[in-house]
Ligand binder design. Sequence first.
Ligand code: ZN
Length: 265
Amino acid sequence: MTTFFQRLILTTLFVFLLFSQYGFAWGLTGHRVIAEIAQRHLDTKARKVLKELIGNQSLAYWANWADFVKSDSTFRYASRWHYVDLPPYMEKDTFVSALKALSGENLFSQIPVLEEMVKNKSLSTDQRSFALKYLIHLLGDLHQPLHVGRDEDQGGNKIKLTWFGKPTNLHIVWDELLIDFQQWSYTEYATVLDIADKTTVAQLQSGNLEDWFYESHVLSDKIYDNTQPDSKLSYRYNYLFVQDLNDQLLKGGLRLARILNELLG
Ligand SMILES: [Zn+2]
């Protein structure tokens, strides 16, 4: 017979394993880089409204909040907002149909809902800032290609491999290990990436949600193609993907800025 405490320990262990397996979505640094780049591209009006909604802290300060609250059972319903799972190798039209046909709440369905909440002045400041904090984070997740990954391996979580000799999984490589390997602080990282001229910025900011999801889908296919289970990843992998990684971080930041300027302007 199990005692209450044995059951408590088992439950705690189970919850811990559940969350440790799923990793933390771009890790802390990735989300902060995206938020920091966005911060640098906000216009005056957006800055002002932002202050009213989330106070004096930067976007980077709030960038990981939506992952932190996963530990609070009140917000359990929102853990499905961080990703979509879809079949591989789709043409754009098929992909967009599949994205729209997904059932239940997910990364694609929630972004427009949260945008409406941020815009809606009849909601309370608390409600609007809640939506805003999620948006800052989810625009990041959308640009982590394995958050637009495959169902059968849970976005790479089930693909075990090693990173410089350390056992891990593909999802974690993309959430944090590849980013941490660059050894930039998040502000340094934002500075080195955020050098595009006006025309390029406008071009990177163009498109809509469907286009951006599709880019992540295409990149996730490239990642799956180039990362076999049980492989030993190190320098070569960094060389192969560092440009894709940097492109995604920059695009995520610039697009978050565009959305916030539109919503708060
Ligand atoms: Zn997330």
